[in-house]
Design a protein around this ligand. Structure first.
Ligand SMILES: Cc1cc2nc3c(=O)[nH]c(=O)nc-3n(C[C@H](O)[C@H](O)[C@H](O)COP(=O)(O)OP(=O)(O)OC[C@H]3O[C@@H](n4cnc5c(N)ncnc54)[C@H](O)[C@@H]3O)c2cc1C
Length: 444
């Protein structure tokens, strides 16, 4: 399964690690978070090496729809209620600055990555109440938000929240350019991290500091990310010959769509569900019907899926990995907003690693306890994990190599999925998504 970015962008191959080495910082993972963090650390004069199990951008960053925005669904009304106005404001400010930083970086360095400024819209076909509230709160928090009645969508809406000055790009063209001056070892899988030793299948690197930018952090103890994070999957269809919709869109109703153009095409996103909880109906068929109805002249070129890590309170984990490991750092839990969040992580971690504090540290701290904000998702996640684990002890089931949960077959995506933490495996058992780090035993 390839995305449009993978089919249209060729990133030169890198060598694998050979033998043992030393460096100041090792970053695990060459996705958007890892590469951007390395880029800003290098700017601070730090010697960095990235270790990548596969290829640059081959993880979830290669399958994103790549909207760069501080508009993260209806998050501001939720955050204001759950973590308070000050934290909500800081969350918005960090992400809005991240959106602006992309623009500056791309312009200053003349990066050719189909970067386009676009307004972002949240729409509803059912009601405007939540949208009005989101527009009001986001504006109050200092974001470029307003409520509008009309959009360029090919169906009528009850209204929309518009964020001006947001953007979209081709994420792999961007990664190709910014990774060019960074030491990256591809096809070098980190097997274990022991203190300051990063042990790979090709050799060991000793580092003063280590950053886990591996999407889902795979060291279970300390950190306990398996207890505070799960994954959600969504489906994308690429259509040709669709006129520009003049913005990037996300529906807030149940079973709504995400829409953005790219080079005369449309990327239609749909069907969010917890990885491992397979829906009754095929999301690709639903999307095909919608595409035929809304864009009758267009042809479906391909479909793909992606998944992302969801935290219990909806805020990413960016900062030290654990109080017991002050030299380990993490950037994860982007909740399907990993373009702006990766930039937030890169800016924060490059400062923290060089001994500075940022105004956002406590908001994104992985050691935070937002009990009020986390209670519902914590209960749901606990229940799903217990169900998956207890089903895993039955004889004859396929178990996840991560923590032993019973694997589920996703017939639409043709993959094995873990309902507890979201690891994914191809039909032959080959691993394609963590936190598991090994393939299933029946790999050919
Ligand atoms: C359908 C969908 C659409 C989305 N659209 C948007 C959008 O429009 N805008 C937005 O902001 N966000 C979007 N997102 C979210 C965004 O794509 C992700 O948050 C982001 O790509 C995550 O980047 P990352 O660097 O954390 O992870 P990845 O890109 O997955 O990078 C992690 C890397 O770590 C490597 N790795 C893992 N384990 C090891 C190991 N042991 N050793 C070495 N390397 C390892 C992997 O191979 C991988 O390359 C979307 C998500 C989904 C599901």
């Amino acid at each position: 399964m390839k995305s449009i970015w993978m089919d249209t962008t060729m990133i030169p191959r890198r060598n694998s690690l050979t033998g043992n080495k030393r460096t100041e910082v090792v970053i695990i993972g060459a996705g958007m978070a890892g590469v951007l963090t390395a880029f800003y650390l290098q700017r601070h004069g730090v010697h960095v090496v990235i270790l990548e199990a596969n290829r640059i951008g081959s993880g979830q960053s290669g399958f994103t729809t790549a909207k760069i925005t501080s508009q993260h669904n209806l998050i501001y009304q939720k955050l204001e209620k759950s973590v308070g106005k000050d934290h909500a404001r800081l969350y918005g400010k960090a992400n809005q600055l991240a959106v602006e930083e992309y623009g500056k970086l791309i312009t200053r360095n003349s990066i050719q990555c189909h970067y386009e400024k676009k307004d972002a819209y949240l729409y509803s076909v059912q009601e405007s109440k939540k949208l009005l509230k989101e527009a009001e709160i986001a504006k109050e928090l200092g974001l470029p938000a307003s409520f509008v009645q009309e959009t360029n969508l090919p169906f009528s809406v009850c209204g929309a929240v518009r964020f001006t000055g947001q953007a979209q790009f081709n994420p792999l063209e961007f990664l190709k350019e910014i990774s060019s001056g960074i030491t990256i070892y591809e096809r070098t899988k980190v097997i274990k991290v022991h203190g300051h030793d990063v042990i790979t299948d090709r050799g060991v690197i000793k580092a003063e500091k280590i950053v886990f930018a591996s999407h889902y952090p795979f060291v279970n103890i300390p950190g306990f990310y398996f207890a505070k994070m799960y994954q959600e999957k969504s489906y994308v269809l690429e259509l040709d010959s669709v006129d520009d919709l003049g913005g990037m869109y996300l529906g807030v109703d149940k079973k709504a769509y995400s829409l953005r153009n790219y080079d005369g095409r449309l990327l239609l996103g749909y069907g969010s569900h917890r990885t491992g909880k397979v829906p009754d109906t095929d999301p690709f068929i639903t999307m095909r019907h919608t595409a035929e109805h809304l864009f009758p002249k267009s042809k479906i070129l391909r479909g793909w899926t992606a998944q992302d890590c969801m935290t219990l309170d909806g805020i990413p984990y960016i900062g030290t990995y654990s109080a017991f490991r002050p030299d380990w750092y993490v950037a994860t839990g982007f909740g399907k907003w990993g373009m702006s969040s990766s930039m937030v992580a890169a800016k924060m971690l490059s400062l923290q690693i060089t001994g500075k504090r940022t105004p956002y540290d406590s908001v994104f701290s992985p050691q935070r306890h937002h009990i009020k904000a986390s209670a519902l998702r914590a209960a749901e996640h606990g229940l799903e994990s217990v169900k998956g684990l207890s089903a895993g002890i039955r004889p004859g089931v396929v178990n996840c190599p991560h923590l032993g949960c019973r694997m589920i077959w996703n017939q639409y995506d043709k993959r094995w999925e873990c309902p507890c933490h979201g690891s994914g495996f191809e039909i032959n058992g080959k691993i394609c998504a963590g936190p598991a780090q090994r393939s299933l035993p029946f790999i050919d």
